[in-house]
Write a protein that binds this ligand. Structure first.
Ligand SMILES: [Zn+2]
Length: 394
């Protein structure tokens, strides 16, 4: 490993430009055989620890933070809470002495330090898994991490991001997307593709392995429509009776976030009944809709609109659009919830009502292929945490 200690020199004429860095000391060290066996995350942190210890008299207890420039993207790993072993716990304590920030820079710019890390006569450790320093920075964008992960950890990860009800057996691409964020490893895409292909629950329950083609006909949306201003409603009927429910009311934010809310109800529900559900679950967050789309009998829809405004004591006409054939969006939501329920209730199909709230949460946290964001990202600006990554500690 190699490091350079640099000091900020004269400032450029342009205030926004960073001051020049002057190298004042060089440090180069090799890892011991034991250290070479550390995993990549530990080795990268170890390199920093060695340099810090070497220059402790300069860097310890500084008032102003110094900057560690590194091309090791894997250091990001330490951003997340990790289970510390004896070694890393000691580093953790040692790090308290230093006031620093870490900045990631592409390897290209960091050539001097790279040169130091592999001086010509040093033991190149041919048997080591030293591929990190040899990889070009641009490769990091595609492969992100080159960690070898034990099989058990991969399976633990799948249990959390694929099998778990909060994950809801997402398809190959969505599972990969999630894994990339949590714990990527080399060969991940192929491994996950095989895992999903071999998942028994998926095989038994998924009819929609391929994305259904959207009907050509789409209900248009006005640009700049706010959340739940243009809504689509639908009723899924014919479910097993449970606590007086045998249907699902689907309310979709048709014009903005594509969020969906799934509510248990009965197939005999009336317009005022739906209005009450609307007040309880949507109105309190998003207020009144201005346009409603459904394939319900227009008389029924107007009953709903009337009841909604009456309950609020206001006079406003809800513009309604009757679509004898709903467009792809609503159709898709219905299929999604039916499939989700099949997946999570395979042991207890009758208990489906228990799963609707969770289904809503899971659905709205998943990236939407049209908007390329999850409904929650559009509505709140972030994805709420559904599952603790702490489960992943290994
Ligand atoms: Zn599955």
């Amino acid at each position: 490993m190699g490091a350079i200690l640099s000091q900020e020199g004269e400032h450029h004429a342009v205030a926004s430009q960073k001051p020049k860095l002057h190298p004042i000391a060089f440090y180069s060290a090799t890892f011991t055989p034991t250290e070479r066996n550390y995993d990549i995350y530990e080795r990268e942190l170890l390199a920093i620890m060695k340099a810090l210890t070497h220059w402790r008299h300069y860097l310890g207890w500084t008032k102003t933070p110094f900057t560690i420039l590194t091309n090791h993207a894997n250091l990001q790993y330490w951003k997340a809470p990790q289970k510390l072993n004896c070694q890393t716990a000691r580093w953790h304590t040692d790090l308290q002495e230093y006031n620093f920030i870490i900045k990631h820079i592409p390897g290209k710019i960091n050539t001097p330090a790279d040169e130091l890390s592999c001086p010509p006569n040093s033991d190149q450790g041919d048997n080591d898994n030293r591929d990190q320093t040899l990889l070009e920075p641009k490769l990091f964008i595609n492969t992100t991490h080159t960690t070898q992960l034990p099989e058990s950890s991969k399976k633990n990860l799948m249990a959390l991001i694929h099998d778990h009800p909060m994950a809801g057996h997402p398809g190959r691409d969505k599972t990969i997307q999630k894994a990339t964020k949590v714990l990527p490893w080399m060969g991940m895409c192929q491994w996950i593709a095989n895992y999903v292909k071999g998942c028994a629950v998926c095989q038994q329950n998924k009819i929609l392995t391929h994305k259904k083609r959207m009907p050509l006909y789409r209900i248009t949306t006005k640009e700049g429509t706010l959340p739940f201003q243009q809504i689509a409603m639908d009723l899924i009927t014919g479910l097993p009776q449970h606590h007086g429910h045998n249907a699902i009311l689907t309310i979709v934010d048709h014009g903005c976030s594509h969020a969906a809310i799934f509510l248990p109800c009965s197939d005999t529900i009336t317009g005022p009944g739906i209005a009450q559900l609307y007040l309880d679950y949507i109105y309190r967050w998003f207020g009144l809709p201005t346009k409603m789309i459904s394939d319900w009998d227009p008389r029924f829809t107007s009953q709903f609109g009337k009841a909604l405004t009456e309950k609020l004591g206001i006079q406003q006409n809800l513009s309604t659009a009757f679509h004898p054939q709903m467009d792809g969006l609503s159709e898709w939501k219905n299929q999604w919830i039916e499939q989700y329920l099949r997946l999570v209730t395979s042991n207890d199909p009758k208990g489906w009502t228990h799963w609707l709230a969770l289904a809503t949460t899971v659905h709205n946290n998943q990236v939407n292929t049209t908007t390329r964001l999850s409904p929650n990202q559009i509505l709140f600006g972030y994805n709420p945490t559904l599952n603790s990554d702490k489960v992943l500690q290994m």
